[in-house]
Write a protein that binds this ligand. Structure first.
Ligand code: PHB
Length: 246
């Protein structure tokens, strides 16, 4: 693709435009998009018009634009996330009905935990994870499992970075985190008490496809809830998902 004077490709600029949208900013004017994407106003207006013409963005009567249904359609079609989510959903529903707590499916994406699905329960504890939202690998239970079974290079990369504390109990010391990861690998699950919020305990297990860990299944439970039953259910579900994928 042609590059702008700044050396940035058109594709990179389109991604910057699309990334200005999130759950709290689902409708924006082209000027707001320009500001948030740090693009010249004329460039943002032109890109927005082109994206509206192709259906990747939708414009309403007030002139505000939203992510288009067509974008959702092409993003879902044939995606790895959809295949995984479809294989996982029946088993996640079973776990969630039995344990009555948040049940989620996540993958490692650009060194973060990306949540593909989340089932909740009206009586469940606070949960900051969102579908299509991200949390740090070292703080979330699913992320700890994904990191524990990641390649050595990925693990070394994360352990060498500053590890942010999301709560007073997040493990931010790399030596301690390495211990947690070794234990997770050995035991095949993680129990994270208050790593994200003091009110909850999260548990997670790996989901394997032909032996390789490709995702993690987790539950967010009240802080002092028992974890053994949830882990049993998650292990059974992960094995069934692995078989469904094979
Ligand atoms: C987790 O996956 O570890 C997790 C996610 C959201 C929370 C708490 C824990 O609110």
């Amino acid at each position: 693709m042609a590059n702008s004077r700044s050396g940035e490709s058109v594709a990179e600029r389109i991604v910057r435009v699309l990334e200005t949208f999130d759950a709290d900013r689902s409708a924006q004017t082209p000027s707001q998009i320009a500001r948030r994407a740090s693009l010249p106003s004329s460039t943002a207006h032109r890109l927005v018009s082109e994206l509206v013409a192709t259906g990747l963005l939708d414009r309403d009567e007030s002139g505000q634009v939203r992510l288009g249904m067509h974008l959702w359609e092409v993003a879902q079609r044939g995606s790895r996330a959809l295949r995984l989510r479809q294989a996982a959903l029946p088993y996640m529903e079973r776990v969630q009905a039995r344990i009555r707590a948040h049940t989620q499916l996540a993958v490692r994406e650009q060194d973060e935990t990306l949540f593909l699905e989340r089932l909740s329960h009206p009586a469940a504890v606070s949960n900051i994870a969102r579908v299509a939202g991200r949390l740090p690998l070292h703080a979330s239970s699913a992320g700890l499992v994904l990191l524990a079974f990641a390649d050595d290079a990925a693990r070394a990369r994360i352990l060498s970075r500053p590890l942010a504390a999301l709560s007073p109990e997040t493990v931010t010391d790399p030596v301690e985190l390495d211990r947690v990861l070794r234990r997770t690998r050995r035991e095949g699950h993680v129990v994270a008490h208050g790593y994200i919020e003091p009110v909850s305990t999260a548990v997670a297990v790996p989901v394997r496809e032909r032996g390789e860990v490709i995702a993690a299944l987790s539950m967010v439970l009240p802080r002092d809830a028992p974890t053994a039953g949830a882990l049993d259910e998650l292990r059974r579900a992960a094995a069934a998902i692995g078989r469904a994928l094979a």
